[in-house]
Design a protein around this ligand. Structure first.
Ligand code: ATP
Length: 234
């Protein structure tokens, strides 16, 4: 397993948010963490990345215990986190935004070059001289993902990537996920968009009120109308 989360409990102050959350992601998989608004998806991502340390339980990555390690150290080990709120640098050009990601790379044999990223996101090539802040929401989402790729991750955490995007952009986001999976990338996705997730993932976990309520293959989840109705409002 590339990533193993075992029985984590995470708090914000005194509020207990995650209850014994466990999940696993194997190399080459696209795994989705599904759940409604406020279910605990972002908190799970933050706990894995070290942005909010779990009170107990463990996070293991590359067979190394990374529980509570600072986010930049986790990033250096190869984990790339794309947060929900698309943190680009609005005053820097698209190209300069990508350079920031490149500098964070942990080694010199970076597989991700400008060329490769522009091949994946041709729109960013067209926009490369524009300032980040002038981009649309969908373009900023692509830029955030592209910048993270420049850091050469082997595990990509995408927190609700389809949120607030127009259907056509969601479609290209799906194509992007399919393509990097083909190229061997491992992805942990958090989503509320069930249709999108079912189409582009191999396995799913459902989180509800901070508890993992379901885990299984996408095929099994697709057939499980009861689970979908109960936890996903579909
Ligand atoms: P969303 O779609 O809203 O991002 P989510 O599944 O990602 O949903 P989380 O953001 O992980 O959910 O939130 C889980 C719970 O933690 C919610 O009840 C939320 O109100 C609470 N919460 C989130 N951030 C904080 C915070 N900084 N302080 C206190 N409570 C918080």
């Amino acid at each position: 397993m590339l990533l193993q989360v075992k029985g984590i409990n995470t708090y914000y102050g005194l509020s207990h948010i995650l209850f014994d959350v466990s999940l696993e992601v194997d190399r080459g998989e696209v795994v989705v963490l599904l759940g409604r608004n406020g279910a605990g998806k972002t908190t799970t991502m933050r706990s894995i990345m070290g942005l909010t340390a779990p009170k107990n339980g463990t996070v293991t990555y590359h067979d190394q215990d990374i529980t509570g390690l600072s986010p930049y150290k986790v990033a250096r080990l190869g984990m790339g986190f794309v947060p929900e709120d698309r943190r680009i640098f609005p005053d820097l050009t698209v190209r300069a935004n990508l350079e920031v990601g490149l500098k964070k790379s942990r080694n010199n044999d970076n597989k991700w070059t400008f060329e490769r990223v522009f091949d994946l996101f041709p729109r960013l090539k067209e926009l490369s001289r524009r300032r980040g802040g002038t981009l649309s929401g969908g373009e900023q989402q692509m830029l955030t993902i592209a910048r993270t790729l420049m850091g050469n991750p082997d595990l990509l955490l995408l927190d609700e990537p389809s949120e607030g995007l127009a259907p056509i952009i969601v479609k290209s986001l799906g194509e992007f996920i399919d393509r990097i999976k083909q190229e061997g990338m491992t992805v942990l996705l958090s989503e509320q968009n069930v249709k999108f997730s079912l189409k582009h993932s191999d396995r799913a976990y459902i989180v509800d009120s901070g508890h993992i309520k379901y885990q299984g293959s996408i095929k099994d989840l697709e057939k499980d109308e009861d689970v979908k109705k109960r936890y996903l409002a579909v």
